[in-house]
Design a protein around this ligand. Structure first.
Ligand SMILES: Nc1ncnc2c1ncn2[C@@H]1O[C@H](COP(=O)(O)OP(=O)(O)OP(=O)(O)O)[C@@H](O)[C@H]1O
Ligand SMILES: [Mg+2]
Length: 256
């Protein structure tokens, strides 16, 4: 039987570096070509495609809207045809590049009455995720998404924060919520964009969450982001190697 995938989600306050770290982690997982990796951009702003060097043509939201339009026109589709069509659409929304596949969610579900469509799409996302060895989800800022059902497949929650009190408070609230939900195998925090030496000690003495890594400010990340360049072209440096080692320890290197 196929092993269940490791599903890592990154979440935290806006602007703390979720997308950058998601891209670096995805790159690391793709590196030796031995595993099939799926990256999911769950942020409505669709930002992860740039550092992964992928062009997005269709999002899950586009698929949902097209379907809702068809149903709104009064067209009758039987359930198995609907499933077949959605399945086809979802696979056509997957962008693939060697051992990496990418799926953008686009706008999250509204509270509209298209529950059946939303449920079908969620099931399909899970089905697709199940076909990979490891999945990286770049989450939306804030707490809301933790409660959403796309997150109920997550096994490893990586909470990202910068040095700010606000970021750290959001990180703590997310951790608390994750503990209450008890849904994840593991949760931990990455402090990002830290001024090593100046901020490191304060952060470490104040932190009560399981620490995965402390990542310093890195000029190359900023430069690549500025130009919208793929992080796959980032030259290897000690910051990335340390991050990679910390994340593979977190997700249990022996497992993947
Ligand atoms: N370790 C780092 N060193 C330097 N700059 C960084 C680092 N990590 C992220 N950045 C920069 O911080 C900014 C925000 O990063 P990013 O877009 O990854 O955050 P985010 O949490 O995904 O934001 P949003 O909530 O808007 O989606 C970007 O300009 C990025 O280049
Ligand atoms: Mg982002």
């Amino acid at each position: 039987m196929k092993k269940k995938p490791i599903i890592i989600a990154l979440c935290g306050k806006g602007g703390v570096g979720k997308t950058s770290l998601s891209a670096l982690i995805t790159r690391m997982l793709c590196q030796d070509g031995s595993r099939r990796v799926l990256a999911i951009d769950a942020d409505p702003a669709v930002g992860l495609s740039y550092p992964l060097g992928i062009h997005v043509r269709k999002t899950v939201d586009h698929i949902r809207n097209d379907l809702i339009k068809t149903l709104g026109n009064g067209e009758k589709i039987d359930k198995s045809d609907l499933l077949r069509q959605l399945d086809y659409e979802m696979f056509s929304a997957l962008e693939e590049k060697e051992n990496l596949a990418f799926l953008a969610i686009g706008r999250p579900e509204g509270d509209g009455c298209y529950c059946q469509v939303n449920h079908l799409l969620r099931d399909l996302i899970k089905e697709i995720a199940g076909q990979f060895d490891v999945v990286v989800i770049d989450g939306e800022a804030g707490l809301e998404q933790i409660n959403r059902r796309v997150m109920d497949m997550v096994t490893h929650l990586l909470i990202v924060t910068d040095a700010s009190l606000k970021g750290r408070n959001v990180a703590e609230s997310i951790y608390e919520l994750s503990e209450n939900l008890g849904a994840f195998e593991k949760a931990g925090v990455i402090f990002n964009k830290i001024r090593i030496d100046r901020e490191e000690e304060t952060i470490l003495t104040k932190n009560s969450l399981p620490l995965v890594h402390l990542m310093g400010e890195n000029q190359a990340i900023r430069d690549f982001d500025l130009e919208g360049r793929s992080f796959f072209e980032l030259p290897e440096d000690k910051d990335f190697i340390r991050l990679e080692q910390a994340v593979s320890r977190f997700i249990n290197a022996g497992v993947i």
